[in-house]
Design a protein around this ligand. Structure first.
Ligand code: UGA
Length: 441
């Protein structure tokens, strides 16, 4: 099938490349000309495992092409996925300016049936808005009064990809959700995903939009719940890792998304929780649980900083090593990364920061001032009064911890992910502080 993807960020690019991989002809579109130029030259602007190889393969074979013109992309394709950004406004609402622009531009260039598919996370009822924008902006020859004479459909097909394993998630989805208002749209979307042999949940548009809201908000709720449990574990001498394991065997609960840490970040959960709270508010419902989820997440980061400050005793002029900056491992994404809050708070108290991340340093350099960025974990640890593990990169499990200890001025570790081997660190003479590990290891 001929498919256009408008928006070549994480979601759009991964979706485009994977759709090419399952046999479709894809044109990826973005208004950032520099990005399109780079993609045409085979340069992938993000770090995402497995993406480079697939992109190279289908770029070379011509199954995936790039353009900065929506008109061009829309002309070729029958199905147009909208994967542009929906950033948060100050009041928490999702800013849908880019979505409206895409709908308008597609409409202005429409000369045959098109199916527009929402891929970006958008508030429920956005589909209706898109359809109205299209009707209002169709060329006069395709309208009779207010009515469109050209057929089109709007559908919702929320993505559930996780950064860092997005290609894998696309190829092996737990389910595919399609929200449609016509049989034709359903048929097209079913055809697109046929090669994946996945369970397909078909709903109306608003329900599909709601499934995405509810899923991300539920994950965030699980995380704030386990982080709250971790707080109590610390106070009563229990180990949250074991609590999560014990809970997780119950199939009704499940073990995933129960890793306590310094709070969730990234481009999705913080923004999506805000947007769902706002959507609820506008519809007249006070979503108290979700507001608490958000508060707990903020408090978790603040607590981590206070904990470090307390154990360090004097923060001013201390050197703090930071391992990991990205909001999670296997990505270079720094959006709403906990490292930003933690580092800035400690800098405010006069600490010097030496940091290392395997992928995110180029992005981090644009967002953090006064940080010494190091070439490897050892360089970051050199002369440090304590070490903070912020992102759970596998690389940090390979580090020689005895060598690291000898490089540090004080062997003190705050493990914001419960990722390092607490017992091994203890045996090597480190003072180790995890999250919810009974006050210590
Ligand atoms: C999330 C969802 O998992 C995807 O299904 C969804 O498609 C995506 O948002 C989106 O809406 O675009 P992502 O933000 O890439 O994916 O990352 P996650 O793996 O979900 O992690 C989110 C945050 O939670 C990270 O900061 C991570 O470190 C944290 N986390 C996750 C924990 O602290 N503990 C856990 O057990 C799991």
């Amino acid at each position: 099938m001929d498919i256009a993807i408008v928006g070549s960020g994480y979601v759009g690019l991964v979706t485009g490349v994977c759709l090419a991989h399952i046999g479709h002809n894809v044109v990826c579109c973005d208004n950032n000309e520099e990005k399109i130029k780079a993609l045409k030259a085979g340069k992938v602007p993000i770090y995402e495992p497995g993406l480079d190889e697939l992109l190279e393969k289908y770029r070379k074979s011509g199954r995936i092409t790039f353009t900065s013109s929506i008109a061009e992309a829309a002309k070729k394709a029958t199905v147009i996925f909208i994967a542009v950004g929906t950033p948060s406004k100050k009041n928490g609402d999702a800013d849908l300016t880019y979505i409206e622009n895409v709908a308008r531009e597609v409409a202005q260039n429409m000369d045959s049936y098109k199916l527009l598919v929402e891929k970006s996370t958008v508030p429920a009822q956005t589909g209706d808005r898109i359809a109205r924008t299209i009707r209002l902006n169709l060329p006069a020859k395709h309208k009779q009064g207010k009515n469109a004479t050209l057929e089109f459909d709007v559908a919702s097909n929320p993505e559930f990809l996780r950064e860092g394993s997005a290609v894998e998630d696309f190829m092996n989805p737990d389910r595919i959700v399609i929200g449609v208002e016509s049989k034709r749209a359903e048929r097209l979307l079913r055809d697109i995903y046929k090669p994946l042999k996945a369970t397909i949940v078909v709903t109306n548009l608003a329900t599909a939009e709601m499934i995405k809201h509810a899923s991300n908000s539920f994950f965030s709720t699980k995380l704030s719940f386990i982080n709250s449990v971790a707080q109590i574990c610390d106070r009563v001498g229990a180990d949250v890792e074991k609590v999560a394991e014990g809970m997780g065997y119950d199939k009704r609960i499940g073990r995933s998304f129960l890793n306590a840490g310094i709070g969730y970040g990234g481009s999705c959960f913080p923004k999506d929780v805000d947007a769902f709270v706002r959507l609820a508010e506008k519809s007249g419902y006070d979503f108290k649980i979700l507001k608490s989820v958000r508060d707990v997440n903020e408090q978790q980061k603040e607590w981590f900083v206070r904990h470090v400050e307390d154990k360090l005793w004097i923060v001013k002029d201390k050197t703090i090593a930071v391992w990991g900056l990205a909001f999670k491992s296997n990505t270079d994404d720094m959006r709403s990364a906990a490292s930003l809050t933690v580092i800035e708070a400690l800098q405010d108290e006069g600490a010097r920061i030496q940091a290392y991340d395997p992928q995110a340093m180029p992005n981090a350099k644009k967002m953090l001032k006064g940080v010494k960025f190091c070439d490897d974990p050892y360089a970051a640890a050199k002369g440090a009064d304590c070490l903070l593990l912020i992102t759970e990169w596998d690389e940090f499990r390979q580090v020689d911890l005895a060598k690291t200890r000898d490089l540090m001025r004080q062997a003190v570790v705050f493990d914001g992910r419960n990722f390092l081997d607490a017992r091994a660190l203890g045996e090597l003479g480190y003072e180790y502080y995890g999250i919810g590990r009974g006050g210590n290891a």
